[in-house]
Design a protein around this ligand. Structure first.
Ligand SMILES: *Cc1c(COP(=O)(O)O)cnc(C)c1O
Length: 403
C-alpha cells in the first residue's frame, strides 16, 4: 500500500494528505473506495497460499480491505507507529485491545476517568471472563504504581479526559508500565495525533475513536489501534479475523478524507476553545472553567508540553448555583438558551456540541460516584467546532447573562 513515489522524511501535514492513497488501475487522484465483501482469486492454488498467509493478497473484507489498509497506514504515519489496525468503532478498538492482550487471571490498571463505556467494558464485561481490573486516579502516578500486581499486563489511560480535561503524564505512566513488564495503551481521541503522539512519549499502543476528530465531521463511527507491527500482526490481526470487529471500507474512506484536514481543524478548533475558555473564566455566572489551555488548569504546564502547546477543543465549566438543584437548573438554562450549538453528546465535530454530563454521559452514576468524579450538577461541556467564535460566545452568553 505504501506509496513508493513519496520521498522519505515528509512533514505530518503532507502525510495526512498523501500517505497511502489507495489507487485502482485507473489512477484516480482521490482515494479509491473498494466496496466489496470479498476478492476474486486468480486460481485455487493462489487462494490456498493467501488463506495460509504464505502470500499477500486480499481475501475477504473482514480480514482486510485496500481502503481500510490505506486508512491504517495513513493513521500509523500520523501517530508515528509502525502499523495500525482499523476497527468498527472506538469501543471495538478497546475490545480488540483487551481480547488480544489479556486472558483470564490477568490484571489491567485503568484510569477512573476514562470514557464511560471503557469502564463498563473493562470493569464489567471482561470481569465475566476472569480479567481483574483496578481503577485509579488519572493524575496520581503513585496510585498507578501502587496498583501494580504480578499479573498486571496492561495500563490504560486517556488524556485529556472527558468532561473535566484531566491530563496524565504519559511518560511517567510508561515507566510504571515498563517497570511492571506491562504495556501502556493511551486513548488519544481528544488530542488526535496532530496535537499529541503518545508513542513518542513512551506509550506502546494508541487507541482511537475515529468517530471524533479523525472524521471530524460527525458522519461515521470508526476506530483503530496503532502500535508496533509485530504486536498488531501477532496479537490483533488473528482476533479481528475470528471476532470480526472490522472497519467498513466506506467508513474508512470517510475518515481517510477527514485525516486530510485534521491538523487545520484541530488548530482552528483549539484556538476557538481557548478564546471561549478565557472569556468564560471572566464571566460572573461561571464558577470554574476546565480547559488544559488555561494557566489555571492544574496540569497546564504538562499539557502544553504533551499537546504541542494546544489545549484541544473540549472545555467544561461549572455555572453558579447555591445547591445542586439550582446549579442543575442553571446549567439546563444555559444549554437550552443556545440556538447555534447542538445539544448532543458527540464531540469532535465541526459543529459545536453542548451537553450536561451529570444527566447524560454520567447519568447512570450515583450522586456519590459523580461527586467523587468531580462532576457537579452545574457542569456544562462544550466541544468547540468551527463556527465563528463571536457567534459561539453570544450563544453561551444568552443563557449565562439571564441567570
Ligand atoms: C467516543 C469515545 C470512545 C468510543 O468511541 P466510539 O467510536 O463511539 O465507539 C472511546 N474513547 C473516547 C475518549 C471517546 O470519546
Amino acid at each position: 500500500m505504501s506509496d513508493s513515489s513519496l520521498p522519505p522524511g515528509l512533514h505530518l501535514d503532507t502525510l495526512a494528505v498523501r500517505e497511502a492513497v489507495a489507487k485502482s488501475q485507473y489512477g484516480e487522484n482521490s482515494e479509491a473506495l473498494y466496496l466489496t465483501s470479498s476478492f476474486v482469486q486468480p486460481d485455487a492454488a493462489t487462494a490456498a497460499r493467501r488463506f495460509a498467509g504464505e502470500e499477500d493478497g486480499y481475501i475477504y473484507s473482514r480480514f482486510s480491505n485496500p481502503t481500510v489498509a490505506s486508512f491504517e497506514q495513513r493513521l500509523a504515519a500520523l501517530e508515528g507507529t509502525e502499523a495500525a489496525i482499523g476497527t468498527a468503532s472506538g469501543m471495538a478498538a478497546i475490545l480488540l485491545l483487551c481480547m488480544g492482550l489479556l486472558k483470564a487471571g490477568d490484571h489491567i490498571i485503568c484510569s477512573q476517568s476514562v470514557f464511560g463505556s471503557t469502564i463498563k467494558l473493562i470493569g464489567g464485561e471482561f470481569a465475566k471472563f476472569g480479567v481483574q481490573s483496578s481503577f485509579v486516579s488519572q493524575t496520581d502516578v503513585a496510585a498507578w504504581r501502587a496498583a501494580v500486581q504480578p499479573n498486571t499486563k496492561l495500563l490504560f489511560a486517556e488524556t485529556p479526559t472527558n468532561p473535566l480535561t484531566e491530563v496524565c503524564d504519559i511518560a511517567a505512566l510508561a515507566h510504571v508500565a515498563h517497570d511492571a513488564g506491562a504495556l501502556l495503551a493511551v486513548d488519544n481521541c481528544f488530542c488526535s495525533p496532530s496535537l499529541q503522539q503518545p508513542v513518542k512519549l513512551g506509550a506502546d499502543l494508541v487507541i482511537h475513536s475515529g468517530t471524533k476528530y479523525l472524521d471530524g465531521q460527525g458522519r461515521v463511527v470508526a476506530g483503530a489501534i496503532c502500535g508496533p507491527k509485530q504486536l498488531i500482526e501477532e496479537k490483533f490481526v488473528p482476533v479481528m479475523r475470528s471476532a470480526g470487529m472490522s472497519l467498513s471500507a466506506f467508513n474508512a474512506w470517510v475518515v481517510l478524507k477527514g485525516l486530510e484536514t485534521l491538523a487545520i481543524r484541530m488548530e482552528a478548533q483549539s484556538r476557538r476553545a481557548l478564546d471561549i475558555a478565557t472569556w468564560l473564566e471572566t464571566h460572573p455566572k461561571v464558577a470554574r472553567v476546565y480547559y488544559p489551555g488555561l494557566a489555571s488548569h492544574p496540569q497546564h504546564a504538562l499539557a502544553m508540553v504533551q499537546q504541542s502547546g494546544q489545549g484541544g477543543a473540549v472545555l467544561s465549566f461549572d455555572v453558579v448555583g447555591d445547591d445542586p438543584q439550582v446549579s442543575r437548573r442553571n446549567a439546563f438554562h444555559v444549554i437550552d438558551s443556545t440556538r447555534v450549538c447542538s445539544i448532543t453528546a458527540n464531540l469532535g465535530d465541526t459543529k459545536t456540541t453542548i451537553t450536561h454530563p451529570a444527566s447524560t454521559s454520567h447519568g447512570r452514576l450515583t450522586e456519590a460516584q459523580r461527586q467523587a468524579a468531580g462532576i457537579q450538577q452545574g457542569l456544562v461541556r462544550v466541544a468547540v467546532g468551527l463556527e465563528a467564535v463571536t457567534d459561539l460566545k453570544t450563544d453561551l452568553a444568552r443563557g449565562l447573562d439571564t441567570l
